[in-house]
Design a protein around this ligand. Structure first.
Ligand code: NAG
Ligand code: NAG
Length: 443
């Protein structure tokens, strides 16, 4: 649907600047001598924000509706689309994973060219994508847990300036469960051409170091970053040699192609059953017979390494995600050792705005790196299913529940401190204390 006003604006963007300016004057908002002066004012306003304004940027300040509203600083840089046609205008382009995307790199580049204010710092733009099932959880505490797990991701995103998309719709009827993320990631790439990375984070993963910043510069040469160990992939051929529950994937054509190949082993494939058998015979420790996305990725590394391997980075320097069972019991001790450091180092207990948390995280590095057991970055509750309440029979639901409370409160304490509070007991979410000045020297 094209608004009549919009099509007019499309054919003559220059005129529409004048048209817009004239109506601003008519409205009496910018009551100045002439249109040219008004334009130079707008120009000055733009140059004060962006030293290199392009005409394109100016054109986007005009609203395609007939209501003459003075563009706020916000609408100068966002909210108004370019009149130039992009991949969005191509009826052939489909959001469905059943239809391959071609030349995505060029399409994305062209869109960025027409939306120049996003072109800067594109390389660091990250969209966190996560989600859960469309219906109410069977486990009575499942929805509560999902809310807390989501809050944790929102907190991390806000602190680091990432965007977040939470989805609870099934984008492809034949891709449920762990396969559901691929149609979603693909759509997220199309919906957010301005982001360089999509960061898939399973709903049952918890950020437990809220200051830790992704080392994106390290991943410059790669398109997919997964927590894993190459010796366990290539030598042991183990199902747990990597984890597909948390990964970074670059918004590019390569990613579109690997997801296509990856999902060709999924339930929408006529060969789904066959793939399950193939994976099981390749990965001896694989638990269940159905083809799963983690096995599929290991398969690609083992069998199609030449095609994909070079662009896949297996991160093992830190807990890009870590199995909860080996981590949650250390959280109390880790809290204690971080507090001891703060008791010694004044700058680390200085109160500060949440926005500068990354800076304090960097300062802290010097005192934690290699000295104390550091906070795990992400604790992943693989084997505990908050929504169904099911769990791996080698442990109890109580262990899952307590582990999640510990991890969530451990993370939340880092957030709450910026708001003046903390929880002294990681297992009691209701107990909250005000944070005294110069904590933890005084408490
Ligand atoms: C990997 O394989 C090596 C050699 O066979 C073995 O010693 C090691 O225990 C295996 N590691 C794991 C985690 O299975
Ligand atoms: C948690 O703290 C609240 C508030 O102080 C208290 O009423 C409650 O008894 C505590 N629960 C447990 C299990 O200790």
């Amino acid at each position: 649907m094209v608004l009549p006003e919009f099509s007019r604006y499309q054919t003559s963007p220059k005129r529409s600047v004048l048209y817009k300016t004239a109506s601003l004057i008519a409205d009496g908002f910018l009551f100045v001598g002439g249109a040219s002066l008004a334009i130079s004012l707008i120009w000055a306003l733009l140059t004060s924000i962006n030293p290199n304004p392009l005409f394109e940027t100016i054109f986007t300040t005009t609203q395609p509706t007939s209501n003459d509203v003075v563009p706020s600083l916000n609408t100068v840089y966002s909210g108004v689309d370019s009149p130039e046609s992009t991949f969005y205008d191509d009826p052939e382009l489909s959001y469905s994973i059943d239809r391959p995307v071609k030349n995505w790199d060029q399409k994305r580049k062209q869109w960025l060219k027409h939306h120049t204010h996003f072109a800067e710092s594109t390389n660091n733009r990250v969209l966190i994508v996560t989600g859960s099932q469309p219906s109410v959880c069977r486990n009575p505490t499942g929805d509560h847990l999902h809310l807390r797990l989501f809050k944790n991701k929102v907190d991390y995103s806000r602190i680091h300036g990432h965007e977040i998309f939470y989805n609870n719709a099934l984008f492809h009827p034949q891709m449920p469960g762990f396969w559901a993320k691929y149609p979603l990631i693909r759509s997220a790439m199309l919906a957010h051409p301005e982001v360089e990375w999509v960061w898939w984070v399973d709903s049952d993963a918890v950020f437990t170091d809220m200051e830790f910043k992704l080392p994106l510069e390290k991943y410059e040469r790669f398109n997919l970053v997964v927590h894993g160990w190459s010796n366990l992939v290539y030598d042991n051929k183990s199902w747990t040699s990597l984890n597909a529950g948390v990964f970074l994937i670059r918004n590019c054509q390569w990613s579109m192609e690997i997801m296509e190949r990856w999902t060709s082993m999924g339930p929408k494939s006529p060969d789904y059953e066959k793939w399950g058998k193939t994976q099981k015979s390749l990965l001896k420790d694989k638990l269940y017979p159905e083809s799963d996305d983690q096995s599929a990725l290991i398969y690609l590394l083992l069998k199609e390494r030449e095609k994909w391997g070079e662009k896949i980075f297996l991160e093992s320097d830190y807990n890009f995600e870590g199995y909860w069972l080996g981590l949650v019991n250390d959280l109390d001790d880790i809290s204690k050792s971080y507090i001891e450091i703060e008791q010694k180092v004044e700058i680390l207990r200085r109160r500060h705005a949440e926005k500068v948390s990354e800076y304090y995280g960097l300062l802290r590095e010097e005192y934690v790196n290699g000295i104390v057991k550091r906070r795990p970055f992400v604790v992943h509750f693989t084997g505990c299913e908050p929504c169904s309440g099911e769990f791996n029979p080698t442990y109890t639901w109580e262990a899952c529940w307590n582990g999640m409370q510990r991890a969530l409160n451990f993370a939340d304490n880092q957030v709450l401190r910026r708001f003046g509070f903390f929880r002294p007991d990681l297992l009691n979410s209701s107990l909250l204390l005000p944070l005294p000045f110069d904590f933890p020297l005084v408490w």
